[in-house]
Design a protein around this ligand. Structure first.
Ligand code: THU
Length: 123
C-alpha cells in the first residue's frame, strides 16, 4: 500500500465528513499491520465537545474491529473539502496515536495538488 493510495482513501473519507459547523472537512486512512485500512472522517456535534476528529474515528474503528498495531496514517483536510495546506493531527489525536504507535510511526499529510508530506509521530 503506497502513501498515494492511502491518501486517496483518506480523500474519499473526507468527502463523508459531517462538518456543518466548522465546514472544515477532514479524512484519514489508517493502515493496519494486517494490511486492512480503516478510514475516518470528522463528525461534528452542536455541543462541540462530542465532536470526533477524522484520525480518532479511524483509530477507534480499527480497535473496535480488533486491530491494534498499525503501519501508517494518511490525513488531509480543508474548508469545504478543498485542501489548501497540509493539516497536522490535533493534540488529542496525537495522544491517542501515542497509545498505539511508536515514535517513528509515519504520518502522511496531504497538501494541495496531491502533494504528500511525510512526518513521524515523534515530530
Ligand atoms: N479536525 C480533525 O478531524 N482532525 C484534526 O486533526 C484537526 C481538526 C476536525 C475537528 C473539527 O470537526 C474540524 O476539524 C475543525 O476543527
Amino acid at each position: 500500500m503506497t502513501p498515494e493510495v492511502l491518501m486517496e482513501l483518506a480523500r474519499e473519507a473526507m468527502g463523508r465528513a459531517y462538518a456543518p459547523y466548522s465546514k472544515f472537512q477532514v479524512g484519514a486512512a489508517l493502515l493496519g499491520e494486517s494490511g486492512r485500512v480503516y478510514v475516518g472522517c470528522n463528525v461534528e456535534n452542536a455541543a462541540y465537545g462530542p465532536t470526533c476528529c477524522a484520525e480518532r474515528t479511524a483509530f477507534f474503528s480499527a480497535v473496535a474491529q480488533g486491530e491494534r498495531r498499525f503501519q501508517a496514517l494518511a490525513v488531509l483536510g480543508g474548508m469545504g473539502g478543498v485542501v489548501s495546506r497540509p493539516a497536522a493531527p490535533c493534540g488529542v489525536c496525537r495522544q491517542v496515536m501515542a497509545e498505539f504507535c511508536p515514535p517513528d510511526f509515519p504520518i502522511y499529510m496531504g497538501g494541495p495538488d496531491g502533494q504528500i508530506e511525510k512526518h513521524t509521530l515523534s515530530e
